[in-house]
Design a binder for this molecule. Structure first.
Ligand code: PGA
Length: 249
């Protein structure tokens, strides 16, 4: 049985006031105890969020990390620093990091390894562009992104990864993959994971991301291989995010 995970990726949005608002709303929200919920705020808000979320079911996540432990890397943060603030999940390979900050597959792998070495959970983001989908290369692209990381991790590490399938053409565009399109890719990812280890494949959580909102969350989450969501825009409004969490629980 896979426990659903709903993770809100605030990107470079939000404020201290929004952190407080989420802390208050989730402090009194009735959520199923058999689900995980996380907010990934911008890094400067981690300390405030750690306090504000203390008496809520919200776990903390980070949107990026540097693969090195420490050193002369101006502007960067390490996984051990994130761990000190109670961070549980760390995004690696988000399409915005891949395209805007040129993080290639080896950079994504190094980040996943750094996150795992601190006992945190990487959320490995994978997804095809519209051109790749039109060329019918979706599976090839997505499975390659998965394999680049999974080929190098050991059996123990693989179990601790969460994968988020996020078609690039659906991120922030209001255009969502249909439940059938998303399910097809999720099933292909799970089949690919089964080549490493069937037990791991059946327990590893696969999230969908890309314009998931309160109106479409339930039917996406009802798909057999969709175990949660990575939510961008709709995670900035507390009522919308709560509604999405409630449709997963
Ligand atoms: P979106 O973003 O929900 O705004 O499409 C998802 C993401 O980038 O993780």
């Amino acid at each position: 049985m896979r426990v659903p995970l709903i993770a809100g990726n605030w990107k470079m949005n939000g404020s201290l006031a929004l952190v407080e608002q989420f802390g208050q709303a989730f402090g009194k929200a009735a959520l199923s105890s058999s689900m995980d919920v996380a907010i990934l705020p911008p890094l400067p808000y981690l300390a405030a969020a750690q306090t504000a979320f203390e008496k809520t079911p919200l776990r903390l996540g980070a949107q990026t990390v540097n693969p090195e432990l420490s050193g002369a890397y101006t502007g960067e943060v390490s996984a051990s620093m994130l761990a000190e603030f109670g961070v549980h999940y760390v995004l690696v390979g988000h399409s915005e990091r891949r395209s805007l900050y040129h993080e290639d597959d080896s950079a994504v792998l190094a980040r996943a390894q750094a996150v795992l070495s601190e006992g945190l959970t990487p959320i490995l983001c994978v997804g095809e562009t519209l051109a790749e989908r039109d060329e019918e290369r979706t599976e090839t692209v997505v499975l390659n992104q998965v394999k680049t990381v999974f080929d190098t991790l050991d059996a123990q590490q693989r179990q601790h990864v969460v994968i988020a399938y996020e078609p690039v053409w659906a991120i922030g565009t209001g255009r969502t993959a249909t439940p059938e399109q998303a399910q097809a890719v999720h099933a292909a990812i799970r089949d690919c994971l089964a080549d490493y280890d069937e037990q791991m494949a059946s327990t590893l959580r696969l999230l969908y991301g890309g314009s998931m909102k309160r109106e479409n969350a339930a039917e996406l989450l009802a798909q057999p291989d969709i175990d949660g969501g990575l939510i961008g825009g709709a995670s900035l409004k507390v009522d919308d995010f709560l509604a999405i969490c409630q449709s997963a629980g």
